[in-house]
Structure formats: C-alpha cells, structure tokens
Write a protein that binds this ligand. Structure first.
Ligand code: RNT
Ligand code: ZN
Length: 422
C-alpha cells in the first residue's frame, strides 16, 4: 500500500478512537492550523547578523558548535528559512533582530537603524504572506561591553540604547502596517553582574527610567505590541540580573505591556507552565520564548519533553491561545541549523496537537468530582494514544513530509547548498 493511503487509513482508525473519548480530531486539526510560531532568525547564523562594522562587544549570548553551512548574508538566511518553512506544517512567522538589517556596506550604528534597511525582509515576508516580529539587539556591541545597556551608570550609553529601542519599535510598526500583520517588539537586555552588587536598586531605578522613556513614544498598537523579557541569570551575570522576572512582571503590569516568558530563563525546577494562568490575569497577553534550558544554557533546541507538553496544555486548557504569542528561541551551531528550526517547530506543533486532543471536559469533571484516580489514569492513557496517526495525517494534508522524510530533504539541501558556502 502507498504511504499516503496508509496514513489516511491510520488517521481514520485514530479518529474513531478519539471520537470514543468525545474528541473530534477534524476540528482539532482546524485549531492546530491557526497556531503560528515565530522562528528565531538567529538560529540560522549563530546571532551574527549583517552589521558592516567590526563588533567587539559583550559575550552574554554565546553560540557553540561549528556545523558547516551557516547563512552568511540575507539571501542565504532567507533561502534557509524558506526551506524550513516548507517542511513545517502551517503558516508561521519570522523573528528578526536589529542586527539583521541590510546595511549594504554602510556603517549604520544601532541608534540609526530605520525601516529602509529592512525592506528586503518586508518584501520577502509579503510574498510569502507571513508575519515578522522584531527585537532590538542590546548586546554584541562596544556599548554593551561592560555588561550594561539601559541600566548603565553613564547617561550617554543609556541614551544610545534608548534611541535604539525606539528605532526598533518604529521598524516593528512598519512591519505590522506593511504586512497587515501585527509585529511583536520584544525587549531583552543582558544587564547584570558576575559578582554580588551593592546597589541593586540604582541599576533598577535606571532601567525603569530608561523603559519609561522608550515606552513614552506612542506606537500604533494595531501594528505593533511591546513585550519585555526577564531572565534569572546569564553568562557573566550569575549574581545579579537587573531585568529579573519580578521586575518585568511589575513593569508590564504598570504599562500594560506584554511579558515574554522564556522557558530557559527560570530555575530548572520552576515550571513556566504554572505561571501562565497567573500572569495572564494581570496582563493583556504574553509572548513565549520556547526554548530548552540545559544546566547553565538557556537556549537548546526545543524537543517534545514534559515541560513543552505542559506549556501547551496550560495554554489550551485555559483557553489562552488568543493571548499567547508563540516564538521559538534557541541557537545551536552543533547541528544543521535549518534542521534545528524544523525539529523545534515540529516539536511545538506536536505538543499543541497533543493538548488539543485531550478530552478537556471529561478531565475537568473528574477533577471537580475529586476523581483523581480517573484523572491520573486517563492522562497516562493519553500519553500514547493514537496521536502519531493524527500528526502524520496533519503533515499529509499540509503537503509537508510526515515522519523523518523531511530529514532526507535537509540532507540533500545540506550537500547541495549549505556545504557549498565556503
Ligand atoms: C536571551 C533572550 C533573548 C535572546 C534573543 C537572541 O537570553 O532569551 O530572547 O535569545 O534576543
Ligand atoms: Zn528569549
């Protein structure tokens, strides 16, 4: 029997099994098709970007690995992203950083960036009918070399980064207007200290004042939304992070901004999933940076593990999909970079498919009735229900390869395109 036929047949059987539990898998696939993920451009070139001047900055974000085939210019990065999009079911987005402008040999510093340097990206996204998101790049720059940006003691440095962030918000607004698709502007800064500070308050006073200046410039929220991203610690900021979770949660409430929760930015035993139904009570929405923390690194490629599954469950069970913007955030240079996008994105979609396939009403009833035995047994059963057949069918109807077939395509792309980049 042909593979497609087998997949269709398996789907029909699985569909019946889910129907027995009260779940309509056809409806679930329609819901899944609405889920859009923002892919991190920086996974494609190890966060190097296209600035034309020599960068001597901080090392707050270190990418390790030397897998061949890194994209070296906008054309290569777009070609790689196209390849990834063609192997991920559904319609998704691309998340840019300020350093990915097309500066065409000009020395444009971060406080001078403007939409004209992003026209190539806008045209590309328009053609593909995809949305773009944006991030100011407040690292890898001489003005970030001592580990501080918006909270820096020197007014001239704070002024520079404030100008950069405002310019970034303007670019994002143009993305949203041009693409008719609202762009998120996500702000993350590396500010922190290796060793214990004596004036935590001073740094946080300055960060708050800088943010107040940045967000006092009005933008059209039909086209762009602002989000702020905290962190527990980073490389070189082990003892103190100015923009901690509490800081930004409070700040986002104060200004009614979005809050970005990065799955790699909390203590390893802390669950991001548990935070969703708390923070969304007080905020207009959140951005998730789906990532995987491993020891001190916060940015491994996402896989379908318990943490990812429970994040998707919380969003679906709480009916929060319309308030959550899903972005991926990782960078791994030890594997094929295009494959990393595909593996991460497919893992996230699988997690949402699993969550959407749960018989929610039945589970809730059991819980309310105190039937924790039934709840435990059913959840365990769902872990290996006929999920695989539904996923394969979803790939099939989206014209992307089911199973590991996509890897053959990437191996070919690697040999013919990526390995020729020398
Ligand atoms: C860093 C933050 C931030 C970055 C990107 C490159 O810890 O997670 O989101 O990963 O801006
Ligand atoms: Zn992040």
């Amino acid at each position: 029997m042909e593979t497609d036929k087998k997949i269709e047949l398996a789907y029909l059987i699985a569909k019946e099994r889910y129907a027995e539990m009260g779940v309509n898998s056809d409806e679930v696939l329609k819901e899944l098709a609405k889920i859009s993920l923002s892919l991190p451009c920086w996974q494609g070139d190890d966060i190097r970007g296209f600035e034309t001047f020599k960068i001597s900055g901080d090392t707050s974000l270190l990418v390790t690995g030397n897998y061949p085939g890194r994209a070296r210019n906008p054309e290569e990065l777009r070609s790689d992203a196209d390849k990834a999009f063609s192997l991920i079911p559904g319609r998704h987005r691309f998340n840019l950083q300020a350093i990915y402008g097309e500066f065409k040999g000009k020395r444009v510093d971060r406080d001078e960036i403007s939409p004209e340097y992003f026209e190539g990206w806008i045209d590309w996204a328009k053609e593909r009918k995809i949305g773009l998101d944006f991030n100011p790049t407040c690292f890898a720059h001489p003005y970030a070399a001592d580990g501080f940006t918006l909270s820096h003691p020197a007014p001239i440095i704070r002024k520079f980064w404030i100008a950069h962030c405002v310019a970034s918000r303007r670019i994002s607004e143009v993305f949203g207007r041009e693409l008719n698709n609202r762009a998120i502007t996500n702000l993350w800064i590396p500010d922190g200290m290796k060793d214990t500070p004596v004036d935590r308050r001073g740094f946080r006073d300055r960060l708050e004042a800088s943010l107040d200046e940045i967000y006092s410039v009005p933008m059209d929220n039909r086209f762009t939304l602002d989000s702020v991203e905290g962190k527990l610690f980073g490389l070189g900021s082990e003892s103190f992070t100015v923009g901690s979770h509490e800081f930004y949660f409070g700040y986002a409430i104060k200004k009614q901004l979005h809050l970005t929760l990065d799955a790699g930015h909390f203590h390893p035993t802390e669950s991001l999933a548990d935070k969703i139904s708390s923070v969304l009570r007080f905020l207009p929405g959140i951005v998730l940076h789906l990532s995987r923390g491993v020891r001190w690194d916060s940015d491994h490629v996402v896989i379908l593990n318990d943490e990812l599954k429970s994040i998707a469950q919380e969003i679906v069970r709480g009916n929060y999909l319309s308030k959550v913007h899903l972005a991926l955030d990782f960078f791994d240079a030890s594997v094929n970079r295009v494959a990393a996008w595909i593996i991460g994105a497919r893992a996230v979609l699988k997690a949402f498919l699993l969550a959407l396939l749960e018989p929610h009403e039945r589970l809730k009833e059991m819980e309310l009735a105190g039937d924790y035995t039934g709840r435990l047994a059913l959840l365990e059963e769902l872990n290996c229900h006929h999920f695989r057949a539904i996923w394969d069918y979803y790939c099939l109807i989206n014209a992307v390869p089911p199973g590991l077939k996509w890897l053959e395509e990437i191996k070919r792309y690697e040999t013919e395109i990526q390995r020729q980049r020398i």
